[in-house]
Design a protein around this ligand. Structure first.
Ligand code: FDA
Length: 309
């Protein structure tokens, strides 16, 4: 119930207006978001890389309204990749891109616009010596996003895809994508989806995650295990061992600000661990999804709102 409300607030303009009067330095925002500028993002990336972690940077800004904003997003990613390369932070740092931020949901030719924008980001990433992973958004975009991934892989086979274990279709998508050279990030899924397309119960989502993991680990691609769930982290390790995958033949991924000690523990044990680092001014929708995942965050959030200056 609370989760549903927060996820619907993620789409509310009025709630956004209220919440975004909070400064980025508020505890709850800075816990999950690296900052509003490229410089702040690079600084956080440097700190994480120095501590032995890899990074995937997400420039926040889903739901853009016109082509000019889509173009600005593409330019910002290209600028970011240049700065990461100059700072010597590639290849450990790559980027994550939401197709909605580069035009996918614009009426008319949105998908083509997003494909062309993503292609330019992939080229900039390759020039910088690193890779791109395309985030996955709500289920109405899944087919379009997978078709863009397919197109991009013709020229940039290193492009990563994201699959969400809460969707009923995902086992079948895992089978399609568990092929040589294919990088697949498996997460549980963060949007408010109808039961017709997604498992409504946590236990069923977790079981689906394990079935999908088995397919990816036994396949020929490169699994990216994106979860903070201790049980799933352990199961992934066991499956990797059973399939003869050494650390580096798959990786763990977690979000900036969530279970940082576990991130370090896995890295110290020799695993490749990538931290997903969001940055930028449009942090509202991202923050709401993180709050929805964990009711304990809400009290912290309320205190930040009340104490804002
Ligand atoms: P679960 O929600 O069951 O949490 C397990 C444990 O992790 C909790 O008990 C708690 O300890 C900790 N935890 C989890 N969330 C927390 C939070 N917000 N605050 C504090 N502690 C928390 N989703 C999507 O739909 N599309 C995408 O492209 C991506 N991309 C993505 C990349 C990466 C690297 C990660 C790690 C996750 C995503 N996600 C995503 C989000 C994902 O779908 C999911 O919503 C979150 O990862 C939370 O699910 P867990 O697997 O961590 O399990």
């Amino acid at each position: 119930m609370v989760r549903r409300t927060l996820l619907s607030l993620a789409r509310s303009g009025r709630a956004k207006q209220l919440v975004t009067t909070m400064p980025i330095s508020s505890g709850i925002v800075s816990r999950f978001v690296a900052g509003e500028t490229t410089a702040a993002a690079c600084q956080t990336t440097g700190t994480l890389v120095d501590s032995g972690l890899a990074v995937s940077l997400d420039r926040l800004g889903e739901d853009i309204r016109d082509e000019a904003q889509a173009e600005a997003t593409v330019g910002a990613y290209i600028g970011l990749l240049d700065e990461l390369a100059v700072a010597g932070l590639t290849p450990p740092a790559e980027v994550s891109v939401k197709l909605s931020a580069v035009g996918q949901s614009l009426p008319g030719d949105g998908e083509r616009l997003a494909l062309e924008g993503a292609r330019r980001i992939c080229q900039a990433a390759r020039n910088a010596g690193t890779t791109v992973t395309l985030d996955m958004e709500d289920h109405t975009t899944t087919d379009s996003t997978l078709s863009v991934v397919h197109e991009l892989r013709q020229d940039f086979p290193e492009t990563g895809a994201v699959l969400q274990a809460y969707l009923r279709r995902t086992e079948s998508d895992c089978r399609e994508l568990a092929v040589a050279g294919s990088r697949v990030r498996l997460c549980k899924g963060a949007y408010d989806e109808p039961a017709s397309v997604a498992f409504p119960g946590k236990a069923d989502v977790d079981k689906s995650y394990v079935r999908c993991l088995k397919i990816l680990m036994s396949g020929e691609g490169y699994p990216m295990v994106a979860t903070h769930d201790p049980r799933l982290v352990e199961i992934a390790g066991t499956l990797a061992q059973q399939e003869g995958r050494a650390p580096g033949d798959f990786e763990y991924q977690m979000l900036f600000g969530i279970r940082p000690q576990e991130q370090q523990r896995l890295a110290t044990a020799g695993h490749l661990v990538r931290v997903y680092v969001p940055y930028g001014q449009e942090w509202y929708g991202y923050l709401m999804r993180r709050l929805a995942e964990r009711p304990a965050n809400i009290a912290f959030f309320a205190r930040s709102l009340v104490s804002r200056s």
